[in-house]
Design a protein around this ligand. Structure first.
Ligand code: ATP
Ligand code: MG
Length: 317
């Protein structure tokens, strides 16, 4: 923490959510939103709510969707001085509808929106040079040109002895181009903390089973891997051989979007604040569970006090 803020780089979006489950958007229907969204934005908002020092490099349009997002990030204490306002592009958006089985249909407007206009500038360089930790959401590597920025930040944070984390929440086919692919590989190699969910552990490592995947990643230099398992909870594995599991908290799921982002932000921030892996896992589990009880991806972000209350008052599965 004392080295400098946690920095993330990527998309800020609004999410507009169909109020009824079904298949896609082929007929008129009702929606709820706009909700502040974008995986890096959700992540960094949760870092700040926990009292962590937090900053984001991103771009929004000069419109209400952008204002809504900036107001939320500012209110929660995120440094948005490196968020640019693009005069000629709308703020990014995601329309989402849940299918009856819980799968989701999306219509994204990201790469052609303000969110897709990220570049290395004096402002973005300056913030990278005072960051103590870099967190990257794999999804952000779908933005063309973002790899240059992330690689600059990666080198700057490393140079001052800071740490790096990656949530590999992207399918490799969705990476913007070959430089994004190379950047993703560099992040896997240089990450101190990886936060995969489900099969991402296998896909990032290119291994067919969990133990092989863990040892391959530890050999690369990763020191902690935290595996998210949705309603089944989560586990941590450390290079020193220690590990631990946490059962999920028992909650009624209203909207699962954002759980992984709040979970990751909480694990990282608790670790940066000096908590041990087991305690950090419990807090992260609580943050993920709390998020799914609220409609809107960023509506469940919680303070340390709120998480402690939740941990004490909620049964586990
Ligand atoms: P996202 O949908 O944001 O990409 P993810 O796939 O990265 O999420 P999940 O495993 O879905 O991550 O959720 C992250 C964490 O949130 C879980 O490990 C768990 O701690 C908590 N969580 C998610 N869903 C539930 C649930 N239904 N009940 C309790 N806890 C949950
Ligand atoms: Mg998920």
């Amino acid at each position: 923490e004392s080295l400098g803020p946690t920095l993330t780089i990527g998309e800020i979006l609004v999410e507009i959510m169909a109020t009824s489950p079904g298949f896609g958007f082929n007929e008129p229907q009702t929606f709820a939103g706009p909700f502040p969204s974008g995986a890096p934005a959700i992540f960094i908002d949760q870092v700040a709510r926990l009292g962590g020092s937090a900053a984001i490099v991103a771009a929004v349009g000069d419109d209400d969707f952008g204002k809504l997002n900036l107001a939320r990030l500012r209110r929660d204490g995120v440094d948005v001085s490196a968020v640019t306002v693009e005069p000629n592009r709308p703020t990014g958006s995601a329309f989402v509808r849940y299918r009856p089985d819980g799968a989701r249909d999306f219509i994204f407007n990201i790469t052609h929106s303000a969110a897709g206009q990220l570049s290395l500038t004096t402002v973005t360089k300056a913030i990278a040079e005072r960051a103590g930790h870099l967190h990257v959401m794999g999804s952000s590597l779908a933005i063309p040109g973002v790899a240059t920025l992330i690689e600059f930040a990666l080198a700057a944070v490393r140079k001052r002895g800071g740490s790096v984390s990656l949530d590999p929440n992207v399918r490799k086919e969705l990476l913007a181009d070959s430089s994004a692919y190379a950047c993703f590989e560099a992040l896997v190699q240089q990450a101190d903390l990886l936060l995969p969910s489900g099969d991402e552990l296998l896909t990032v490592s290119g291994r067919a089973d969990r133990d092989d995947a863990l040892s391959a990643l530890f050999e690369l230099g990763v020191s902690e891997i935290v595996l998210k398992r949705g309603a089944e909870g989560a586990s941590y594995y450390r290079r020193d051989g220690s590990s631990g599991d946490a059962a999920a908290f028992r909650v009624t799921e209203i909207d699962p979007t954002g759980a992984g982002d709040c979970f990751g932000a909480t694990y990282l921030t608790c670790r940066r604040l000096g908590m041990d892996p087991a305690k950090s896992l419990t807090m992260a589990n609580a943050a993920g569970a709390r998020t799914v009880t609220q409609r809107g991806p960023m509506e469940g972000v919680a303070s340390l006090r709120e998480l402690n209350t939740f941990v004490e008052g909620t049964p586990r599965s």
